[in-house]
Ligand binder design. Sequence first.
Ligand code: GLA
Length: 387
Amino acid sequence: MKEKIVKRFQEIFGAGGEIRSYFAPGRVNLIGEHTDYNGGHVFPCALTIGTYAAVRRREDRKLRFYSMNFEAAGVYESDLDSLKPAREAGWTNYPKGVMWAFGQKGFQIPCGLDLMLCGNIPNGSGLSSSASVEVLTGYILKSLFGFDVTLQDIALISQYAENQYNGVNCGIMDQFAIAMGKKDHAIFLDTSDLSYEYAPIRLKEAKIVISCSNKKRGLGDSKYNERRSECEEALAQLQTVTDIRSLGELDEAQFEQYRSAIKREVCGRRAKHAVWENQRTLQAVEALKANDVERFGRLMNESHISLRDDYEVTGIELDTLVEEAWKTEGVIGSRMTGAGFGGCTVSIVKDEAVDAFIRQVGGAYREKIGYKADFYVVDIGDGPSEI
Ligand code: GLA
């Protein structure tokens, strides 16, 4: 990949100078969905697929961007002193947002850049291609200019860029999982204080399979912000009867005890999901530590049902993929992953059942939805690096 991207870099931006290359992964969340902005726990891992970059410093303050995934868009030009979000800036809003955010945090970028990207995360799949680009940009800035930031700082600055520059009120999960990724481990992260633990994923004779619905997310971002404000509304009303800072502080019984303080029925269901999903995540990590993969799988299934019925972020495409997976022999657990409203599901499938899984779920999906799903057997990889 390095040779391929450097060669294309030279074709587009010209040869000469020092060209450096980097990689940052995508991520998949195993369990703990829509808990990260509710002070709960998440359990994601970085993948070995992700985004590659080639980059070179410039003498002036210009920025030139090119993506091998969007060749038709050509070169985007802008400069360091006029960074502001714009629809016509397309994907470059992500790296630009991070450059802007570094400036906001007091790290002045001394010169312009030529930046080429090439990703192998399926587009719009919910495997965090945008967070991958953000963390990659932060890592490059640190590496090129020696900024004194940790990987965790890079995750936080990337989240700040997503919130403030790109207007998506996301939590910290994606950027954290990507920046802190560790091969063959998932990250058990408490989003209330960012304490975390690596948990080895030793799936005996089973694989992690991602099924991509190929449904574009469309209105997803605005619905995401809407879910977030419904949870905030529920929390504010719960705070009139109990002393909590976030939904993640409640267990199921406490939630049921105070639930009647929540006025709108829909906000009650959103908050219920956040509370129960957080508890499920704690139990899932325990199950994994006890080598009880079957229990882990059952908790994944329950997570999906809650996201479908209470949080309402699945839709017919994700439900079809998951419900067909549940019917398939050798499936330990299956659920939607990421924000929802399209994107992917994650399933744990016994080795010998993977081919049949892809055939059966793929066939039933095409039949019902009218277009195909894509399947990826993935491996858990490390965070960003220079390559
Ligand atoms: C998106 C957001 C994350 C998280 C998930 C849902 O991926 O970027 O912060 O909220 O949705 O769990």
